[in-house]
Design a protein around this ligand. Structure first.
Ligand SMILES: *[C@@H]1O[C@H](CO)[C@@H](O)[C@H](O)[C@H]1NC(C)=O
Ligand SMILES: *[C@@H]1O[C@H](CO)[C@@H](O)[C@H](O)[C@H]1NC(C)=O
Ligand SMILES: *[C@@H]1O[C@H](CO)[C@@H](O)[C@H](O)[C@H]1NC(C)=O
Ligand SMILES: *[C@@H]1O[C@H](CO)[C@@H](O)[C@H](O)[C@H]1NC(C)=O
Length: 172
């Protein structure tokens, strides 16, 4: 065994990060699209998303949305945390109560209101101040004011799903 000791030591002295291979096709990591290749992202698409794709922007880089620091290009950028009440929701949740865990703000159009339960939407339940609409995380309407957009709110969950698939499932 003794003659092999230097070899074993040599192997251990090279951490995996020094032999990272930059992705040839914007897939990264080990899971999903990364398909066990363990690629690191290139500098111009530095963040490795939870789905195993390299890219830029919140859906790729937010640590709260599964950005994989280990496979992101640390030279150019790295994963970052959302900014409370400022980062636009990437998953239809908002605020810090109920389903809201990341302090996301609802978008400026569409599902603009943050409900008491932490969902972005535009029904009266989401938007009325009397229903607990959270003004720190989106727009709200005054108590009692009618919101004619109620019916369309039911589609919001599905629409968010579609949006995620498009943004993260498609290579740039
Ligand atoms: C990316 O390239 C690797 C290595 O050639 C390959 O195994 C993987 O299937 C490719 N993935 C896509 C989505 O093209
Ligand atoms: C970042 O990507 C560039 C190519 O775009 C590559 O040369 C460099 O090694 C990468 N850095 C890391 C830390 O992976
Ligand atoms: C998040 O921002 C809201 C609105 O500005 C503020 O009321 C709250 O205290 C902040 N919470 C944290 C944990 O930063
Ligand atoms: C209500 O929100 C949904 C997404 O949740 C959006 O598709 C729809 O356009 C919104 N309606 C209005 C009138 O903004």
């Amino acid at each position: 065994m003794l003659p092999f000791a230097p070899l074993v030591l040599a192997l251990f002295s090279f951490p995996l990060s020094t032999i990272a291979v930059v992705s040839p096709n914007k897939t990264c990591g080990l899971t999903l699209a990364g398909s066990n290749n363990g690629y690191t992202c290139p500098g111009d698409a530095a963040c490795c998303s939870q789905f195993g794709y390299c890219g830029t922007g919140d859906t790729f880089c937010l640590s709260s949305y599964g950005c994989q620091a280990r496979y992101s290009n640390s030279t150019t950028a790295s994963c970052y945390a959302p900014r409370n009440a400022t980062t636009a929701s990437v998953d239809g949740t908002c605020g810090l109560v109920g389903i809201g865990k990341n302090g996301y703000r609802c978008p400026p159009s569409g599902a603009t209101c943050c409900s008491q339960a932490g969902y972005c939407g535009n029904t009266t339940d989401h938007c009325a101040a009397s229903s607990g609409c959270q003004s720190a995380y989106g727009s709200c309407t005054a108590t009692g004011k009618k919101n004619k957009r109620s019916q369309k709110g039911r589609r919001s969950a599905k629409l968010w799903e579609d949006r995620e698939t498009k943004q993260d499932g498609t290579l740039e």
